[in-house]
Design a protein around this ligand. Sequence first.
Ligand code: ARG
Length: 563
Amino acid sequence: MELRKAFVEMTTEQLAGMLTEEEINALTEQPKHDTQGDLAFPCFALAKQFKKSPAVIALELAARMQHPLFDRIVSDGPYVNAFFDKGKVSSYILQKVLADGAAYGQLKTGEGKTVTLDFSSPNIAKPFSMGHLRSTVIGNALANIAEKNGYATVRINHLGDWGTQFGKLITAYKLWGSEEKVKQSPIQELLKLYVEFHERAANQPELEDEARKWFKQLEDGNAEAQALWNWFRDESLQEFGGIYEMLGIRFDSFAGEAFYNDKMEAAIDLLEQKQLLSRSEGADVVELTEYNLPPFLIRKSDGATLYGTRDLAAALYRQETYDFSRSLYVVGQEQSLHFKQLFHVLEKLGFGWANDMVHVPFGFILKDGKKMSTRKGKVVLLQEVINEAIAMAEESIARKNPAIADKQKIARTVGIGAIIFHDLKNERMNNVEFSLEDMLAFEGATGPYVQYTHARACSILAKASGRASEGGSLALNDVYSWPAVKLLLAFPDVIGNSFEQNEPGQIARYLIALSQEFNSYYGRVKILGEDGEQAARLALVEAVTIVLKEGLRLLGVAAPEKM
Ligand code: ARG
């Protein structure tokens, strides 16, 4: 935040080379108690150099520090505590937020650099699972946050459109499938065939051989196998497209696993050149014993490549094509070992950029405390969940605001926003208990609560239109506005931290805090009143709408002006 920067610069100047600006910034704290000021600098690290006690250093340092935005800078034991001047700070930040608008909080950290984000990445011919929903929502938010940090982004949907399961699917379709049924409800029907394959193969192991044969045919370009695969893929993509459209999510690339078919050979050659391939039970692997990890499978004994082989080719391709400075994989924690292995293989190949690759895992979605799974056909179809959320949102809106126009459109925004926000509000690694009631509550830490706060602030502004006196002072000196003002100041920091930690939840929790502080301000202070501070109060209301809307946008949630 700007004020922190001012404080750090001032301290650096006073300490004239004893510590660098970065060191001072790292040491500077935000005290938990208001009595200790808004920023604090501990002097312990200086005791040796100055040959004085930290308390004496703090006393002397504080005496020399002055700044127009600070009310006072005083020592408290070994600390220098700085107190903001509420009026000057509010005036400064309100002017800034109003002038910057949605661009407020835009950082430059990532300028000229690119982040690739591999997220969503569902599997063809299988339902879009709740796990894929998490990846989609988290990945999209991280991409928005990366852009807000100044990075260019590439949003990649690494579709699961290749692998031995397509051998199984083709086998099942040829034996028991019906073209008509698949056309009617593609994913449901293809899933049925897949499940049937597994049930039957338990007693008929020859089915597995048949499936292997078909996959080999597919890899070798057999026309019939290719045509079936194409058809399954197109139908699936169409269904997924509907989900992305509802969620308002787009991708820059749908280069899935199949895209790397003609790129794996080069990756394998590279491993060979560096003598990293070894034979293990007829298969080609990269040994990772030095990392205490099992070998990474590159090619099975029948010559077939694997999921990992494609990920290796994909990593090489992405580095070459996008020259990323960071490469994120938003994929469930079940695949942690896979990504550890992949990154170590790249390291063994001698690529320094292997260090820029990050697996971003997340917790499970639970229903009544149990993990949701798709394998045995136990799926919650996402489309149904979304429809239910929208219906519930419509009901609440009708109850709260029966006269509102565009009810359905707003209900969509609220219902979908509720699902996204519910997913993002906790730390990523936490499991999420799936409950539509909890998601859609208008009170508590929910998306609708933040959206509602935003809408309420918008309606105050609408009521006040024409009232705000142009050019009036934006200084707020009351204590009730201060927590909200401080949160407005903190927004850029939250954006930086949530990116560094790959935690969109930090923004979600920030928005809840800002909503709460704003609502309690609103409950205590009469905003519209003809006194000298009305313009400043309205500016605060407007700044809050700007930041709530922008914060929600980063999470992938829209903010209606009425609800
Ligand atoms: N399709 C995989 C799955 O559903 C996820 C792919 C993740 N991305 C990757 N590059 N491996 O489990």
